[in-house]
Design a binder for this molecule. Structure first.
Ligand code: CTP
Ligand code: MG
Length: 401
């Protein structure tokens, strides 16, 4: 048995609607936002607020499911929760909830389960603001420019400073709310919310600030908004200062067509008699792919940014210049080069006889970091196979110093 004192506040959570506009195949309150239902999220907020009797008004046939959600959300306050069956419309559902109030309750909050993400602070603020004769509702200012319309005709502007958008929970002194509901049950008028019904009985209603999170889930777009909000909470934004201080890898690729002037330059070497590659500088696609891999590993942009056409001083440069400058850029950012591996796809030149020489040139330009270069043909497939050009892939590992 709980030793908690009996609270003087009750929260009626109306969850008996069918959710025709959401149209999700189940009563709206039992539709999942994430792994938890709309009702469960609403109850999490309700039980996180100050202690209150909690009455969940469930659709007929779903009382057991509602009970399960109450148990899951209530924690050690489970004795404060109970479930009743709802009615044909919202007003009848609230009336059913009122019948279940404990004798000690003097203040009643009526809350839409569909406002599943309402912060507990709003619930507490409403409860605090209720006095002996006044109702309290949370509102948001209206931000849109509003028009009075008739068919497709715009009749008049509406001064939005006179308007507010009403949310829940709406709070009332118990005795006056019960009397107002008794009076309303005898009339044919269906009120849009509890504040309207309460005001129709001649009582005053005051507003306090609501919360944007207290929006009502009505359509699938609203459900999507709720999902986004919860996902944003669950996955914290990445820390701007990277926490990983170990080695970092980078990938670079480059493709050049044969058809340049003069001799081929590839992997830091000149290849007399071989057709030249076209492209900025000497067209050395192996060097360019390595530069991109190194810059990528350090998170320092790419080759176009550091060596592109905006830098004409590199127009005729060879691999040694590019790589030495890349090493400098990394060093200025606090990175040293671990190693580099590159592979090009082409039928020519025959690379194996000059591999060691090429690796030596490239490694020297990078301050001695190991560089390995391999070559492969593509079995006659694709543009390298047809002898139209060369494709290169390079990976690099760098580390902070
Ligand atoms: N509600 C209720 N009993 C009803 C109708 C509505 O308890 N007979 C509750 C809903 O469960 C919801 C709140 O009143 O938490 C606001 O209603 P609304 O957003 O209109 O929900 P539904 O009526 O379920 O949706 P729809 O109008 O699209 O069918
Ligand atoms: Mg409805």
């Amino acid at each position: 048995m709980s030793m908690l004192p009996v609270p003087d506040t009750a929260i009626i959570v109306v969850a008996a609607g069918s959710g025709t506009r959401l149209n999700a195949g189940a009563p709206k309150a039992f539709v999942g936002i994430d792994s938890h239902s709309i009702l469960r999220h609403a109850l999490d907020g309700v039980f996180a607020a100050g202690p209150a009797q909690v009455i969940v008004v469930a659709p007929a046939g779903f009382e057991g499911d509602a009970e399960t959600e109450v148990r899951a959300a209530a924690g050690d306050r489970v004795d404060l929760g109970r479930v009743v069956t709802g009615g044909e419309n919202r007003q009848q559902s609230v009336a059913a909830g009122l019948k279940a109030l404990w004798g000690d309750v003097t203040r009643v909050l009526v809350h839409d389960a569909a406002r599943a993400l309402t912060p507990p602070e709003v619930i507490d603020a409403v409860a605090r603001a209720i006095d002996g004769e006044t109702g309290v509702i949370p509102t948001l200012p209206v931000v849109d420019t509003l028009k009075r319309v008739e068919g497709d005709a715009v009749i008049a502007p509406v001064d939005r400073s006179e308007l507010a958008a009403a949310q829940t929970p709406q709070g009332f002194p118990r005795a006056l709310l019960e009397a107002a509901y008794d009076a309303a049950s005898g009339s044919d008028v269906e009120y849009t919310d509890d504040a309207a019904l309460f005001a129709a009985a001649g009582h005053l209603v005051r507003q306090i600030p609501g919360s944007p999170s207290g929006f009502k889930i009505t359509t699938s777009a609203d459900l999507e908004r709720a999902r986004q909000l919860l996902a944003a909470v669950a996955i914290p934004a990445p820390d701007l200062a990277p926490t990983w201080t170990g080695p970092r890898v980078g990938l670079g690729t480059d493709v050049h067509a044969f058809g340049g002037d003069g001799n081929l330059w590839l992997a830091g070497l000149q290849w007399p008699g071989e057709p030249a590659l076209s492209g900025h500088s000497d067209g050395d696609a192996v060097a360019h792919a390595i530069v991109d891999a190194l810059l990528g590993a350090a998170g320092l942009g790419d080759i176009g940014e550091h060596f592109g056409t905006a830098h004409p001083e590199y127009a005729g440069a060879h691999a040694d210049v590019f790589l030495a400058r890349t090493r400098e850029i990394l060093a200025e950012a606090g990175f040293a080069i671990g190693n580099v591996s590159a592979q090009f796809q082409s039928n020519r030149p025959r690379f194996s006889t000059r591999r060691a020489e090429a690796e030596q040139v490239l490694s020297t330009a990078l301050g001695g970091a190991p560089v390995s270069v391999t070559a492969t043909t593509t079995d006659g497939l694709g543009f390298p196979g047809r002898g139209e050009g060369i494709a290169v892939t390079a990976v690099a590992m760098v580390h902070a110093v």
